[in-house]
Design a protein around this ligand. Sequence first.
Ligand SMILES: [Zn+2]
Length: 301
Amino acid sequence: MNTVLSPSVFFIDENEWLDETKKDDFLQHFSDILETVEAYQHTQIYWNDDWELFLWDHPQIPPWRQDKNLRNSIIPLIYNLFPTLQDRVIDNLDKTFCETDPPIKYPKSLKEIYEYFFRFVHLFVQKEENVYLVWGVNKKDEKTRFFCECHDSSLEYFPIFKATEWIPRIEAIQLYWGNAKIEEESFRKAIELVHKQKIDVETTPISYTLSPKFLRSIQNVIKFKTEIINAMVKRLLLTSAEAGKDGQLQDEYLKGKKGRTKKFRFRVTPRPNSTRIHYKQEGGKIIFLRYYREGEHDEGL
Ligand SMILES: [Zn+2]
């Protein structure tokens, strides 16, 4: 699903800009949105030359463009981001526009920009396309309806008030593990994303090691990708005792030969598939050793 940005994401009235809190909130939201799209590339931003003109050539200059320091930080972000992440729609939109209920309030200085936005949004009513609609920072969670005189149905959209609201909607497997082969970096990103989804998007990263053997054992895996990631994240979030009591993981110590490193295992899927992961611990850190898929016998029992 692609994204339409409300003008309030990148335009702010001069008066609001003078309010330090509003200014900071605006800038934080603006960069959070751009950085999230850049990090996950889960959506493309609908854009065209008219928006480009509003951003760079309009007499109503966005205040962040007038601030030398901010220019240096924001402009490269936009320049690097937009060309790769935008999906261009036609310029020269027709004059048909959407009305809104409740009406969207905007500063007089941004009238022309908002009027264009209402025409822009009409495109997606016309195309009957579902979009993410990103609101500006101060928007309350209310349902605004976009409708027109020429179409019966109104705009279908999923509202984004904060960049983090995208996180639960991103598919880790689809994004990072779509192919049979997977690199360590992509695997780690999948773990990190699911970790955020399970705990809290603001959470700090978890520390663990993937052994070369583990990475080999997950190549060409087709079944249970989601289960593998979920089980690993779950194990990383629990203590050994908790993992042992967990009915799904059934974490246990593997009896090995004397003098060998202590190994443990937990279940990824229950019987009859009985897929498992072996690991060891060093200094409190988990080192994943190998994934055993269906029919592969794991040692130790
Ligand atoms: Zn219409």
